[in-house]
Design a protein around this ligand. Sequence first.
Ligand code: HEM
Ligand code: HEM
Length: 187
Amino acid sequence: MTPYSRGAVALHWLSALFVLAAIGVGLYMKNAPLPPKTMFALFQLHKSLGVTALGLAALRLVWRATHRPPPLPEALAPWERTAAHAGHALLYVLLIAVPVSGWVVVSASPLKLPTVLYGAIPWPHLPWFSTLEDKKGLEPLFKAIHDTGALVFIAVILGHGAAAVRHAVKGDVPLARMGFSFRRKQR
Ligand code: HEM
Ligand code: HEM
């Protein structure tokens, strides 16, 4: 079994952590009845987690472009290989498209609310969207893209996690490829 490199493993789990945290906070802030001050703080936290996830996604893409992943095990059927490659490509697209669309929502909003990452680092709006004269159509359009994109992301992550666990149980693609091992190391 050839595992992914240590850098790929570290980036995979770190980016998964921030994406899952952004999803959790995003769903909570949008659906729970909250006082305005708490809601504002949660939006700031969501944007902080999301921008960090975007930075990690960019790093992952650079890593992926400069490092070859280990080949998939021979035991996989052709359709399983295609599904794995298509699923991973879709995850990379969503890793970029979902946070960028969120950034557009905030930039195109007529409310012009500032973004301060983790209460410390001021984060700019996207220039073209923030200076546009007539923003009426843009904010709702990108809200729809961000919210729908996030739902698709949740579905694809669930499918991806389920496939990983299914193959680990079957034994043809061990989770240890992505640095996860339940077995104790032999001395
Ligand atoms: C936000 C959540 C997640 C995202 C965005 C994500 C994304 C990805 C991507 C893009 C790859 C392909 C890496 C490459 O070849 O360049 C990958 C591989 C992998 N992921 Fe995830 N992942 C997530 C969560 C999970 C979870 C929860 C599990 C386990 C239950 C998991 C297990 C794996 C494994 C085992 C591989 C390697 C597949 C192989 O052996 O070829 N991932 N993931
Ligand atoms: C991987 C990164 C991200 C994920 C997975 C994500 C996910 C989500 C989710 C699940 C929601 C709630 C949707 C709903 O219940 O309607 C949401 C809403 C929102 N997110 Fe994100 N988000 C990410 C990044 C960002 C970023 C980087 C920003 C801005 C800088 C952002 C800004 C927003 C805004 C403004 C809303 C409220 C939109 C509305 O009112 O419909 N998000 N996000």
